[in-house]
Design a protein around this ligand. Structure first.
Ligand SMILES: CC(C)(COP(=O)(O)OP(=O)(O)OC[C@H]1O[C@@H](n2cnc3c(N)ncnc32)[C@H](O)[C@@H]1OP(=O)(O)O)[C@@H](O)C(=O)NCCC(=O)NCCS
Length: 216
């Protein structure tokens, strides 16, 4: 029987992320270390911290509704690990240097088998906005998506009204492609979304000229 989203897959062994390398991400997520944050596999023990970071209104108002309980986050984490093992989706926990707990996440899901086209999304606790954590983590996720998942086109959708979300994508060099009219139902209201993309080809070219990270 096909598994429903958020359904725990108890057959999946929980492997410590630190044993992973970037090439075997289906077995366990690698640990990516930046200047401000470490990105690592979600652990079920991240659920309480993610619940408190991602459920406040200022964080969740423009994104798909996060789970409403700690148990809901635990189920999401188990589901995320099962999807990673199946090779369809990856999710990184964001852990600032000097901390042990997750303060946000970055996720990438394939839009077609093999990840050639994929979509990413992210959310960080509001206490950490404007700190450079997003850019540090975001650069590593884009590099991982292109170099390890072999993404050719990385899409993102952000509600037009989401100033920070759109500003953050622009800073990472994403290109604004157009408006998806009435594409996102939130609290009974249809919102327009901005469609953004990063192309692997452009990202690689900009790395040659500018060094790794932001596309200029
Ligand atoms: C999206 C998110 C991860 C970005 O992290 P962040 O730390 O806020 O991002 P940054 O501060 O590095 O970048 C945001 C940029 O948008 C700019 N910005 C803020 N409000 C803006 C507005 N109304 N219009 C345009 N730009 C705006 C900021 O000034 C900043 O640019 P700057 O550093 O050049 O000044 C974080 O805001 C978040 O978790 N938001 C809630 C979840 C969410 O909306 N996710 C995105 C879904 S697409």
């Amino acid at each position: 029987m096909e598994k429903m989203p958020y359904q725990p897959d108890l057959d999946q062994p929980m492997q410590p992320a630190s044993q992973a390398t970037t090439s075997d991400w289906r077995t366990a997520m690698p640990v990516l270390v930046g200047s401000k944050v470490t990105l690592r596999e979600l652990e079920v023990s991240d659920a309480p911290a993610l619940f408190s970071m991602l459920t406040p209104e200022e964080v969740s108002r423009f994104i798909s509704p996060p789970p409403t309980t700690v148990e809901g986050f635990e189920k999401f984490i188990i589901w995320a690990r099962a999807e990673r093992a199946a090779g369809r989706y990856v999710c990184f926990a964001v852990v600032p240097h000097g901390m042990q707990t997750a303060i946000g996440l970055f996720q990438v899901r394939q839009l077609e088998p093999g990840f050639a086209t994929a979509e990413w999304g992210f959310a960080i606790g509001s206490a950490f906005w404007g700190t450079g954590i997003f850019v540090d983590g975001g650069q590593m996720v884009v590099k991982f998506a292109i170099e390890t998942l072999n993404v050719l086109r990385l899409e993102a959708r952000a509600a037009v009204a989401n100033g920070r979300g759109n500003g953050a994508l622009r800073k990472l060099g994403a290109v604004q492609e157009g408006i998806l009219r009435r594409s996102f139902l939130k609290n009974g209201q249809f919102l327009d979304q901005m469609l953004w993309s990063i192309l692997a080809e452009e990202w690689r070219q900009s790395n040659v000229v500018w060094g790794p990270g932001v596309i200029h």
